[in-house]
Design a protein around this ligand. Structure first.
Ligand SMILES: NC(=O)c1ccc[n+]([C@@H]2O[C@H](COP(=O)([O-])OP(=O)(O)OC[C@H]3O[C@@H](n4cnc5c(N)ncnc54)[C@H](OP(=O)(O)O)[C@@H]3O)[C@@H](O)[C@H]2O)c1
Length: 329
């Protein structure tokens, strides 16, 4: 058996390229006491990985050059030196971009509730982000209008569906007619605006006749700036992600900040780890809604660790349609 790993080879300046990664073969490690050896089956690709490729100060330290790229995986225990786990158990880990790894930081996942890969998406970190960001920071009330950007993606698709479950009008923003059609027809949003059609200001006005009470922002930049002009009195903006700016060399400068003053808008950032103590609550709620048929979900899969760099670049360009994953085995 051989362990394949993808290391960070260099830091990108602007857009990520495949040259920023290096694939190498290494021996399969042996578990120490308390550890399990895991064969990774699925690797999650997430926009935050762009931040970890940089050494700029952030909420978590970046990956060092020559280190294995970070990432969550779902895998199978191959050997256990931890009495709580046995061979064959399916587990969630932080082992990153490699086919095998040893760790103490594992949690069991139940294949009976949902397919294993869902624990990296709707029932995993993106689902938790949607749940706590909307519930605790957005604080939507029945009848209010909730808008979410990157609406067909891992976080956004859950945000809009939760908004519907909690009695709100859900409006998505997505890139292209195909994604918008999916958001309305499959996910059940009330409306979806194609920002690539070029008239976000006008189209949002039509989609949100009573203005916007909660904006769940996944993209930042011009979209956030445009939303500021639609926010109601005492509305809330959840700053979850700024994907339109992750590969930019200069930050976008917001122009419509006056709206925050005039409408007493509350803008708050959210980082999912802050809710770690309550992940169980979110998992129960999300798995429950999924079981009742109230949450739909879609995945974009690339095959094999060698293709992980391509998959991350596609995600950052918006070419994914649903949660981006790498199938490892
Ligand atoms: N704060 C936290 O704790 C936390 C946790 C998880 C994720 N996040 C953030 O949540 C956001 C969504 O993450 P995800 O994992 O669910 O990814 P995702 O939505 O599945 O995929 C990213 C999507 O972003 C959109 N996008 C890409 N470039 C864009 C641009 N220039 N302008 C507008 N939209 C663009 C694309 O959709 P379109 O084709 O529709 O444009 C793309 O499909 C990211 O910003 C991520 O960093 C934050």
């Amino acid at each position: 058996m051989e362990n394949k790993r993808v290391l960070l080879a260099s830091r990108p300046a602007g857009w990520v390229s495949e040259d920023n990664f290096r694939l190498e073969a290494a021996p399969v490690p042996a578990p120490a006491d308390g550890e399990v050896l895991v064969r990774n089956l699925w690797l999650s690709l997430d926009p935050y990985m762009r931040g970890r490729m940089s050494d700029a100060k952030s909420y978590v330290k970046g990956v060092d050059i020559g280190e294995v790229m970070v990432g969550q995986t779902v895998g199978e225990v191959v050997e256990s030196k931890n009495p709580a786990f046995k061979k064959g158990d399916k587990v969630l880990t932080q082992l990153g971009w490699q086919s095998f790894g040893c760790t103490k930081e594992v949690a069991k996942v139940e294949e009976t509730k949902a397919p294993l890969s869902y624990y990296l998406g709707m029932l995993g970190m993106p689902g938790m982000t949607a749940y706590f960001g909307l519930k605790e920071i957005g604080q939507p009330k029945p009848g209010e209008t909730v808008v979410v950007s990157a609406a067909s993606g891992a976080v956004g698709s859950v945000v809009g569906q939760l908004a519907k479950v909690w009695g709100c009008r859900a409006v998505g923003i997505a890139g292209g007619a195909q994604k918008c059609a999916y958001v309305i027809r499959e996910l059940g949003f009330d409306a979806c605006v194609d920002y690539k059609a070029g008239n976000l200001q006008r189209d949002l006005k039509q989609a949100c006749p009573k203005g916007v009470d909660v904006y769940f922002d996944n993209v930042g930049g011009e979209t956030l700036d445009t939303l500021l002009r639609h926010m109601n009195l005492s509305s809330r903006i959840v700053v979850c992600g700024l994907i339109s700016e992750y590969n930019a060399t200069e930050p976008y400068g917001l122009k419509n900040i006056r709206a925050v003053l005039v409408n007493r808008i509350r803008i708050q950032g959210m980082i999912v780890f802050d809710w770690k103590a309550r992940y169980g609550e979110a998992l129960n709620a999300l798995a429950g809604y999924y079981g009742e048929g109230k949450l739909k979900y879609r995945e974009s899969v690339v095959e094999g660790l060698d293709n992980a760099p391509k998959g991350l670049i596609a995600l950052l360009k918006g070419e994914n349609f649903g949660k981006q994953l790498v199938k490892l085995a």
